[in-house]
Design a protein around this ligand. Structure first.
Ligand code: SF4
Length: 491
């Protein structure tokens, strides 16, 4: 049987796939068709998982507001691992996201014991210059946590909703953990939720591109988002097995619940502390049948139209309307219904002075391995390439890197190499080769034993030299442009 050659497969992904079951991270691959011109990291499965990225893909397609947010702890040299995050921030910014980049100086201060001055120097000199050099646009916000009042205020408020037991369960904090370290965790949650504050346009999907080690922050923040809201939307089921959505508002003012009832189209029941939404319509569903209603009128007409189509969907027989289509259509109604409800709930919550955070979305990318195998480590400069390395030095590191080749040329010709265990191939896959076909060809040649490691190293070293040289020139330009950027420093 012919085995399809897959250029992006990697044994690592098998390990990462455990995360899907353990933490409820969804495979990214299934989403690819929904993303307009996916990023190289997406196509090459460097990004392997996500939470709730559907809402980001949808916002990109429809032009709805969304944000990308990420943070960097000013700890040392900016390297290719940071570049991966920066690339993703910039890619989302280019696709319409309002972009937020936090320099986590509170974390560096509390965990590393760095002075504020040192945090600022590293923050600008390493991270901000490279971010701008890679293409970050001036309409994004860059801030040092210690200078950002809205983040600090929100962190304090979030602190009410999380206690020591939860933090120790998530982060392994002990009695020895200092208070500022704990506060820096709340600050990171505030970083992630900040784009949804009123001053930044309110409730909207926010994506945080991370490596899987950062997932605890995402889990904590997603939980906190729900706890801070006046309302929460739950899926429930009647005794007859009919699913419906229920908006729970424990402690919410009665007037807020009444207001919600007024605004939600469809069949809605108001109770003491919650509202059950038994049926409500969906515009995407209508569009599928060529029925379009303009935005302001959308909610008003939802109900009647959707009922008519649902009736059609229920009564239509195959092949006119297959079971599969019916299933698909109802799933779609469900999803969009929830989205419409989230919008209404956010509006009402804001009017009654509450937050209405959506849980942040996230993407998960594979880690780069160390150039000598194993992990990259800041204490072993040969294990990684810093974006500020002398280009000649960077090229040299590539030439010394561990490959997936055999010990002798004869063996390699006979047995082939292992590109999935090769840090030189990884550099080309992640950073150095733009064309998928070229990479695929190298992979095939490697596996079949017609390519030797020397030629890969030569190619990758040349590309690395060019990249670093160009990047460092752009960093110098960025230095001159710093004033054009919206950067919030510690006062
Ligand atoms: S031939 Fe190239 S891809 Fe294959 S193991 Fe050697 S360096 Fe890596």
């Amino acid at each position: 049987m012919h085995t399809k050659l897959d250029p992006w497969s990697s044994s690592d992904i098998t390990d990462y796939s455990k995360l899907f079951e353990e933490f409820g991270i969804s495979p990214f691959e299934n989403l690819l068709p929904e993303i307009p011109s996916p990023h190289t990291y997406m196509r090459r499965r460097v990004i392997f998982g996500h939470r709730d990225y559907e809402q980001i893909a949808e916002a990109m397609r429809s032009g709805a507001p969304f944000s990308v947010m990420d943070g960097f702890m000013p700890s040392g040299k900016v390297h290719l691992g940071h570049k991966m995050v920066m690339d993703q921030i910039i890619w989302h910014q280019e696709r319409g996201a309002s972009a937020f980049v936090g320099i986590a100086d509170r974390e560096a201060f509390s965990v590393r014991g760095f002075s504020w001055q040192k945090c600022r120097e590293i923050g600008v000199e390493e991270y901000i210059l490279s971010l701008i050099a890679l293409g970050f646009k001036p309409d994004g916000l860059i801030y040092f946590q210690s200078g950002c009042k809205s983040v600090k205020d929100l962190a304090f408020e979030l602190g009410v909703k999380v206690n020591f037991s939860e933090l120790s369960a998530i982060y392994g904090f002990s009695g020895e953990t200092n208070l500022s370290h704990m506060l820096s965790v709340a600050t990171q949650a505030a970083d992630i939720l900040q784009p949804q504050l009123d001053e930044f346009g309110g409730t909207k999907p926010v994506v945080v591109p991370v490596g899987p080690d950062q997932d605890p922050h995402l889990r904590l923040t997603r939980g906190l988002a729900g706890k801070m809201n006046m309302f929460r939307i739950e899926e429930r089921e009647t005794s007859e097995g009919w699913k419906y959505l229920s908006i729970r508002g424990k402690g919410a003012p009665k007037e807020a619940l009444q207001e919600l009832k007024k605004r939600i189209p469809g069949k809605v029941k108001l109770y003491e502390e919650h509202i059950d939404v038994l049926q409500t319509p969906d515009s995407a569903f209508l569009e599928r049948f060529g029925l379009q209603i303009s935005q302001p009128e959308k909610r008003k007409y939802f109900m009647t139209q959707i009922q008519e189509i649902a009736k059609f969907a229920n009564e239509a027989k195959p092949p006119e309307f297959s079971e599969y289509e019916k299933y698909f259509v109802f799933r779609k109604i469900w999803k969009t219904t929830r989205k419409v409800l989230e919008e209404i709930v956010a509006e009402v919550a804001a009017e009654f002075g509450s937050y209405a955070f959506m849980p942040p979305a996230s993407t998960y990318h594979r880690f780069m391995s160390g150039l000598q195998g194993g992990k990259m480590s800041s204490s072993a400069p040969d294990s990684y390439i810093a974006l500020t390395d002398d280009p000649k030095e960077g090229a040299k590191k590539v030439k010394k890197a561990k490959t997936g080749g055999c010990v002798t040329l004869e063996e390699q010709k006979k047995l082939g190499g292992k590109p999935d265990e090769c840090s030189v191939f990884e550099l080309m896959l992640f950073h150095l080769l733009e064309k998928d076909e070229e990479l695929l060809e190298i992979r095939q040649e490697c596996i079949s034993g017609t390519r030797m490691c020397g030629s890969c190293k030569q190619l990758a070293a040349e590309k690395m030299y060019e990249f670093l040289k160009d990047h460092q020139e752009k960093r110098e330009l960025a230095r001159e442009q710093l004033n054009e950027y919206n950067i919030v420093y510690k006062n």
